[in-house]
Design a protein around this ligand. Structure first.
Ligand SMILES: [Fe+2]
Length: 393
């Protein structure tokens, strides 16, 4: 995230002694991306963030995704997933689709998560319903329906459920999630044609400080890296940051603040792009005017995404192009490369007298094929691949 922010108590010059009134020296931490060659933030801790009491394996193994053979377009019904009692936003995820670049999961969280640090990459959490709070070393960030929340890699954080259940789609990246470069000036400011800008982004303004100077004991943090999952027992609570500044921090962007770009004739999905990440893009489909050429076909044409798999999460509204297919709020459609998808039968006719759409949907296009988990297969509508032909048995 390229925009500078500062919260709390930071010294006037970086890399200088920073003491509290009693003379206690704060520990400076640089959280930098791409070595020391990209964005970073400087955080000031009361205690060393390196002080560990123990490192342990964590008994946690997310589901494995396997190649989807035979190739199958899918309607994955998240609302049919088994409820996980006491699920939290970190350990309660049900992974649905994955490849080497991303992992797509659904979670219905009713409990607060443990402290967590994902060293694999940034996480993009789209809040579908409920409210919660992301506490991190950068402070607190309240989130609600329609929020995309970007959690930078290696941010120590926890998710609290303040009005549950908190249902969310989670895209765990193996790199960094960022606004598309095409929206940014060469210095990183959003350009005039971008569908959102700095004013639409919310970041922590208030620190979360857990004072455990009395020695509350080791504090467990669930850590994920390429090797798997571990538990680090920290000597002090990681939320001891008195101030930070820089360009790496969690932030939220609400999909309702995405300003749609419309045209006389159909605008292709790149106008809806919201984020880019290694091996994938994320687009937002929001309420907008339909194409206004008098002869415009208002629903998307058939298309073969020859170089990507397409995942659409249907968040709210009516999904005209999928009318009659069973797709509804909470559905995920998965249209892999090798399958030509298009409007459902009758949807073009149904759109003729419509002037606008109220749909809200999140799309993830991946450039490498996705694999599918057994959990996703179990809630896939077996009739969906044949809804275009109207084969019913
Ligand atoms: Fe599509």
């Amino acid at each position: 995230m390229p925009h500078y922010r500062a919260v709390g108590d930071v010294p006037r010059k970086r890399h200088t002694h920073h003491l509290d009134a009693s003379g206690h020296r704060f520990a400076e931490e640089l959280m930098g991306q791409e070595g020391f060659s990209s964005n970073s933030s400087l955080l000031y801790h009361r205690h060393s963030p390196s002080a560990l009491f123990a490192v342990e394996p964590a008994e946690f193994a997310p589901a494995e995704a396997t190649p989807d053979v035979p190739l199958t377009p899918r309607h994955i019904r998240t609302r049919a997933l088994d409820a996980v009692t006491g699920a939290d936003l970190v350990t309660g995820r049900t992974v649905l689709l994955a490849n080497a670049d991303v992992e797509v999961a659904w979670v219905e969280a009713t409990a607060d998560s443990p402290l967590h640090r994902n060293a694999l990459g940034d996480e993009l959490v789209y809040v579908q319903h409920g409210r919660g709070r992301l506490d991190s070393v950068f402070g607190r960030l309240d989130v609600g329906p329609g929020d995309y929340v970007v959690v930078p890699a290696s941010t120590t954080h926890r998710w609290l459920v303040t009005d549950g259940p908190l249902g969310a789609l989670v895209v765990a990246s193996r790199g960094h999630v960022a606004p598309p470069a095409k929206y940014l000036s060469r210095y990183g400011q959003f350009l005039e044609h971008a569908p959102y800008c700095e004013r639409d982004l919310r970041a922590p303004t208030e620190l979360v400080v857990v004072d455990d100077d009395d020695g509350a004991g080791p504090v467990p943090v669930l850590v994920r890296n390429r090797a798997g999952w571990s538990r680090h027992l920290h000597a002090s609570h990681p939320f001891d940051v008195v101030g930070w500044d820089g360009c790496v921090y969690p932030y939220a962007f609400n999909i309702a603040d995405f300003e749609p770009i419309v045209g006389r004739l159909h605008q292709p999905p790149p106008v809806h792009q919201t984020f880019e990440l290694p091996g994938a893009v994320v687009c937002s489909f929001v309420p907008r005017l339909f194409d206004f050429h008098p002869d415009a076909v208002k629903v998307p044409y058939h298309h073969a995404n020859t170089d990507s798999d397409e995942v659409l999460f249907y968040s709210a509204g009516n999904f005209m192009s999928r009318a009659g297919s069973g797709i509804d709020v909470g559905s995920i459609s998965y249209h892999p490369a090798g399958f030509v998808h298009g409007p459902q039968p009758g949807s073009i006719e149904a759109s003729l007298d419509q002037r606008s759409t109220e749909e809200v949907a999140v799309m993830l296009d991946t450039f490498a094929p996705l694999h599918v988990t057994d959990a996703a297969r179990a809630v896939s509508d077996e009739h969906y691949p044949f809804t275009w032909s109207r084969r019913t048995s």
